[in-house]
Each structure stands twice: as C-alpha cells, then as structure tokens.
Write a protein that binds this ligand. Structure first.
Ligand SMILES: Cc1ncc(COP(=O)(O)O)c(C=O)c1O
Length: 420
C-alpha cells in the first residue's frame, strides 16, 4: 500500500491530489467586493476627474506609500509609460533596465525613444547593483528596477548608485504590492513607481495600474499623458506652464475603469492581512525546499519583507543526474499539482525578438542602435530556464493545500531516478 502511494502518478501511481481542477483563486470575490461593485455600478461607470472611488483609492495608496500623489491608470503598462514620460526620458538617453523582468517594464521605453541598457540579475532574479554600476555613462539618465516575484531588490546599493550618479530611479512594483525594505514600503524609494493591478497581482481589479510620485511636475506630465481635460483642469494649477494643455493633454487616454478600481480598492484594504498569511506559507515552503538538495529557495535577507506574487524556486539539474526540468515538471503535473508552473512569458528580454531587432517596429532604433541576443545575460537565462513557480495561498484554511503541494513535490523529488 505504502509502495503504491509512493509510485509516481506519471508512472501509473495515484496522484498526490485527487482533483485536477484549479486549487487557487485570486482575487477572492468576497461579499464586500460584490457590494462595492454593485454600489459603483449605480454610482457611475466612468469617472472623469479625481473623485469617488478613484479619489479614495489614490489618497489611500499615496499615503500607504508615503508619497504625495497616486494616479490610477487602465493598466500597469500605461502606468509605466506614464512614468517614462514624466521622467522625461527621450531619444539619445540611456536607461538601465533589468534583463529579467516581464517585458512591459521596458517596452514603454521604446515609445519615448530612449535606449534600454539591460543588466543581468542576482540570485533572486533581481537586477544586480554591481552590473548597474558597470553600465553607467554620460548618456545614462535613469535606472528602472522590478522587484521580481515580490522580493525587494538590493535597495541600499541601488539608491546609493542612483544618488551618486544623479540618476532617476523608477520602480516597477507590479509583483510586490505592500513589500517593505528596512520597514520602508517599496515604491517609496524611487522618483516614480508603478504597479499593475491586473489578474493575479497582489492587489487586483482584473485590469488596472497605478503610479506614485512626489514631484509636482512629474505628476502633471503623467496627468497630461493620459488623463486629459477634467482631471488636468482640476489638478494642474492655472498658473502652471502646462495648464494651457489641459483640454487635450498629450492626447492619450489611460483612465481606469471604476468597477475595476472598486474591486482593487477592496483587495487593497485587506492587503496586509493577505500578505501575512502568504508570508507564513512562503516561510514554510522555503524551509521544506531548503531540506531538498537540488532545489534552491529564494534568499530573503533580514529587514526585508517580500510581498509574494509567487514563490519561484530553482531546479538544479546537476543534482538530479541531469534529469531535464521538463521531466520533473511533467511529474509534478501528473501529481495534479495544477498550480505549479514554469513562468514562460516572463523571460530575459534578450531572448525576445523585440529586443533583438526592434527597428522594424520602432524605426527610431535603426542603424542597430541596440540589439540583444541569447547568451548576453547568462545569470538571467539560467534563472529563467530553471525557474519553477508556486502561488501563495491567502487563507489560513489553505494550510492543507500547501501541505499537499509540499508532499507532492517531495514525492517526485524522492523518486526522480525513476524518471531518468
Ligand atoms: C513586472 C510587471 N510589470 C508590468 C506588468 C504589466 O502590467 P499590466 O498587465 O497591468 O499592463 C506586469 C504584468 O504582468 C508585470 O508583471
């Protein structure tokens, strides 16, 4: 009987978890979300200025991040584009960016014509401060960072480098809502910061984005880019040089949808409670992973509190007689560990055609202004190819499910030789 239980499901044994269905739902659609959405439906499904649910979200979000302004947008991508326009990045400028991130951290830079200077990562997949230092020259105007999978970047070093070289620091916090570094919230280190409020993000409205700023002029430029007319008239002082553009702004429309923000606002209110539970599960999983030779868990330094978007660990195939990751992954799937995933679209940017030959879609980059290729960022590529991802559950009731996933992972690892 015991032997049968240990037989891998991929080899005909019974799976660790009976049900193949999804074991993770996010965001949790609570009664209070349901009520808030219905209330918002009747209150208004378009908001043209800073009022109602937009105002409540922005005021609270700015306060939480110790910033003067927050501005909701219709996606994380448009919030990031707004940061780049606000920062004034332009053709001829170089901006240092992570090679390993979701591509939307960097793609909006192509619309302002600045050159992305990609940098390799550290052992957690975050941009490596040592690499940043090497890439700075007289054309460098800023550094963009992503706190990958919710783990804060090495902020002491990065802030020091930016200050010393008078570079703007921009944070993509899309994976890291509510994370802190030495008690300071992520998003409050940079001159500008942006979050996605999409899909499975720790604060989600289904779709949406938000940025924060402290500098008036940065904020006005972000308003002008995508929030024309009423909001610009309401918030840019009549005496300011930009006020004359208030009607048209720069002509784009990046306004959020009030129903999405009603959802996101309710999730945001419970963020700290969700984070606590996720962190407890993360610590438990990390402890278990550490006991397995060949699976490397993220390394969390003291004073750092991640906000787990996902827990990404590394598979070291040399510790498993070179058994390919695909085989281990298929065995996890056969155990019905449905939520174990390999993050595919979050790939090192040098592996993507847009960063290898951007000039066909963005003629501003003709004459080979930049062109990356496989092999340019070995640490990022290695991290990517060996990454396995788990979601972190948000309710104490999920403890049983977490235990089942740990059991399933251990079962596969223990029997890996049978997959050779
Ligand atoms: C790190 C990061 N930045 C930016 C984005 C883009 O956000 P959105 O999908 O809301 O445009 C994402 C989305 O997954 C992301 O993971």
């Amino acid at each position: 009987m015991k032997k049968e239980k240990q037989k891998l499901a991929i080899l005909g044994g019974s799976p660790t978890i009976k049900s193949k269905r999804s074991h993770y739902q996010w965001p949790k659609i609570t009664k209070s979300i349901e009520k808030a959405v219905i209330k918002q439906l009747y209150e208004g499904i378009s908001i043209y200025d800073k009022s109602g649910i937009f105002e409540r979200f922005e005021e609270n979000f700015a306060k939480y991040h110790e910033r003067k302004y927050a501005l909701l947008c219709n996606s994380g991508t448009t919030a990031i584009h707004s940061m780049f326009v606000a920062a004034g990045f332009k053709q001829g400028d170089e901006v240092i960016c992570p090679a390993y991130t979701f591509f939307a951290t960097v793609t909006p830079l192509l619309f302002v014509g600045a050159k992305p200077i990609l940098c390799d990562c550290d052992e957690n997949g975050n941009i490596d401060p040592g690499e940043i230092k090497k890439k700075i020259n007289s054309k460098t105007k800023g550094v963009v960072i992503t706190h990958m999978w919710g783990i804060p970047c090495q902020m002491d070093e990065i802030v020091k480098i930016c200050k010393k070289n008078k570079l703007l620091l921009l944070e993509d916090c899309s994976h890291a809502h509510g994370a802190t570094y030495k008690s300071k919230p992520l998003g409050s280190f940079g001159d500008l910061a942006a979050w996605s409020l999409q899909g499975l993000k720790n604060v989600s409205g289904g779709e949406g984005g938000v940025l924060v700023a402290n500098n008036d002029e940065f904020y006005y430029k972000a308003l002008l880019l995508g929030h024309y007319n009423k909001r610009c008239k309401q918030e840019i002082p009549k005496t300011h040089k930009f006020y004359k553009y208030a009607i048209t702004g720069m002509g784009l429309k990046y306004r959020a949808h009030p129903l999405a923000i009603a959802i996101a606002y309710n999730v945001f209110k419970d963020l700290d409670a969700y984070r606590k539970i996720k962190n407890k599960f993360a610590l438990k999983i990390i402890k278990e992973l550490r006991s397995i030779n060949g699976l490397a868990a993220p390394k969390i330094k003291s004073g750092v509190t991640p906000s787990w978007y996902a827990l990404v660990f590394q598979y070291k195939k040399d510790k498993f007689q070179d058994l390919p990751i695909e085989k281990i992954f298929s065995a996890f799937q056969a155990e019905n560990l449905t939520e174990v995933d390999r993050p595919v679209s979050t790939a090192p940017l040098n592996l993507l055609p847009l960063f290898q030959s951007p000039e066909e879609l963005f003629p501003v980059y003709k004459n080979n202004l930049f062109s990356y290729k496989p092999g340019d960022f070995p640490r990022a590529e290695n991290f990517y190819h060996n990454a396995i991802k788990l979601p972190l559950w948000t309710s104490k009731k999920d403890a049983k499910m977490v235990a089942m996933y740990i059991k399933g992972i251990k079962k596969v690892i223990k029997n890996y030789r049978k997959l050779l």
